[in-house]
Design a protein around this ligand. Structure first.
Ligand code: PLP
Length: 487
């Protein structure tokens, strides 16, 4: 339709767009005044929405006027300086502007030919971040001689899934698959590994352990490589085919670091694909002092990390590198006639069709926001951002240790402190649960919990917000101390 008034005019769009940016800027400015957790009950937002769509167009002003009363009460403020839950999901001004530009350009970069800039900017960004992490040449587009490289996925779950599919393809193509394929990870690994196995047909349900083994962890909650090797040997002796292991660099519960070095050595020895899930903690490895967490990465076949967690790039943006892109594309490439084109067939090294590196066909221009972020902050700026959060977490850990009511419940590696009120058994767990609920119900801070083996229920204080300063961390600690007196 092109009748007058059907679309916004460019001038109307300009003014609506400026107003929307104003709205976001004011939202960011006022974040510390809002309760962190959404203040609604299930169904409250639904009740404010008409059951059916409008037949006639509505004025833009009326639509936007509904955001405050309908949407905002149901928002949990992930960008609040007092959000300490889960892992962070940073949104920063350059990232949001990159997202907006990507939406405005509206391209689908499924093939090089469908937007060469989307593909080539992505190639360069993955190489930039590979340099920032000091990854070996095998993971770079420009240094691996076409054997490896990186790609943007939506999430770490997707990165892990496609790494498992690539590993399975490589195992099948090797001709050495005898019995059932078996994948390994630790009891502390993220649920996305078992989910990937469910999608790949290796597990019928989350507790199906016929083709997925969860290896026990050591006292620091890191995978025990001796137990891994024993499990591989037992499976092989029983006629199965071990094919894949996922090591976690920064587990979700406690940021425990599996030894990539030890697991890499034995995955080489036994011919397994090693995937490294550094979804959250990979961001810290842009700082040379934290790169020890990736020691031994040369032996890995793939690695993923999420700039959308702790590197100032709004959701979604997961980076996946592989040193074996042939196995990845062998698992995922299928070319119907309507996608054939000269650029692909030319085989030019820059003419990568990233559709062959992921599950969906279509893909957004996510490299733009990464480009804006890295250039706006510079590598030094991004490092300073990470270091400040780690410093604040160390400070928080010190306060916990100095208070005799509390204990630190797991070794702190970077920006996450696991802690709890002292005590053992169910009663202590219940007190800690009550403490967390009472703190969160104030709206003045938001923390989440986990259960650690051999410890029990623990609170997680993860410091990684764009606006979080020492005063916010201190206020959360004071609140915890105050509420602890009551539970
Ligand atoms: N892996 C780890 C270690 C995580 O902590 C998380 C999420 O917190 C994931 C994977 C899943 O991330 P995504 O939401 O990007 O799939």
């Amino acid at each position: 339709m092109s009748s007058p008034g059907f679309h916004m005019t460019p001038d109307e769009f300009r003014s609506a767009g400026h107003a929307m940016i104003d709205f976001i800027a004011s939202y960011w400015e006022g974040l510390s005044d809002r309760p962190v957790l959404a203040q609604v009950a299930p169904g409250d937002v639904l009740a404010k929405l008409p059951e059916g769509p409008p037949d006639s167009p509505e004025a833009w002003g009326r639509i936007v006027a509904d955001v405050d009363p309908v949407v905002m009460p149901g928002i949990t403020h992930w960008q609040s300086p007092s959000f300490f839950a889960f892992f962070p999901a940073n949104a920063s001004p350059p990232a949001v502007l990159g997202e907006l530009l990507s939406a405005g350009l509206g391209v689908n970069g499924m093939l090089w030919a469908t937007s060469p800039a989307a593909t080539e900017l992505e190639i360069r960004m993955l190489d930039w971040v590979a340099q920032m992490l000091d990854l070996p040449p095998a993971f770079h587009h420009s240094r691996s001689g076409g054997a490896g490289g990186g790609v943007i996925q939506g999430t770490a779950s997707e990165g892990t899934l496609v790494s498992m599919l690539a590993a399975r393809r490589r195992a099948m193509n090797s001709g050495s698959v005898g019995g059932p394929l078996v994948a390994y990870t630790s009891t502390q690994a993220h649920s996305s590994i078992v989910k990937a196995a469910m999608i790949a047909g290796l597990a019928g349900h989350p507790d199906d352990r016929r083709q997925v083994r969860l290896i026990e962890v050591d006292r620091a909650f890191a995978m025990d490589p001796r137990r891994l090797e024993a499990a591989i040997e037992t499976d092989r002796a029983a006629g199965a085919t071990p094919f894949y292991v996922c090591a976690t660099v920064g587990t979700t519960s406690s940021t425990a670091i599996d030894s990539v070095e030890a697991i890499g050595a034995l995955s080489r020895r036994h011919g397994l694909w090693l995937h490294v899930d550094a979804a959250h903690s990979g961001a810290a490895c842009i700082c040379p002092e934290f790169r020890w967490m990736l020691a031994g990465i040369d032996a890995a076949d793939s690695l993923c990390f999420n700039p959308h967690k702790w590197m100032l790039t709004n959701f979604d943006c997961d980076l996946l590198w592989t040193s074996d892109r042939a196995s990845l594309t062998a698992a995922l490439s299928i070319t119907p006639e309507y996608l054939r084109n000269k650029a692909t067939e030319s085989g030019a090294s820059a003419a990568i069709d990233f559709r062959d590196w992921q599950v969906p066909l279509g893909r957004r221009f996510r490299a733009l926001k990464l480009w804006f972020v890295i250039r706006s902050y510079g590598v030094e700026g991004l490092r300073a951002f990470i270091r400040e959060h780690v410093r604040l977490a160390a400070e928080f850990e010190r306060w916990v240790r100095a208070d005799e009511r509390f204990e630190v419940a797991a070794p702190r590696t970077i920006n996450l402190v696991c802690f709890r009120l002292k005590g053992e058994g169910e009663q202590a767990d219940a007190r800690n649960r009550a403490l967390l609920e009472a703190v969160n119900s104030t709206g003045r801070a938001y923390l989440t919990h986990t259960v650690l083996p051999g410890v029990g229920y623990v609170l997680r204080m993860c410091i990684g917000g764009v606006q979080t300063r020492e005063a916010h961390v201190r206020a959360a600690w004071d609140l915890l101390g105050e509420v602890a007196k009551r539970v």
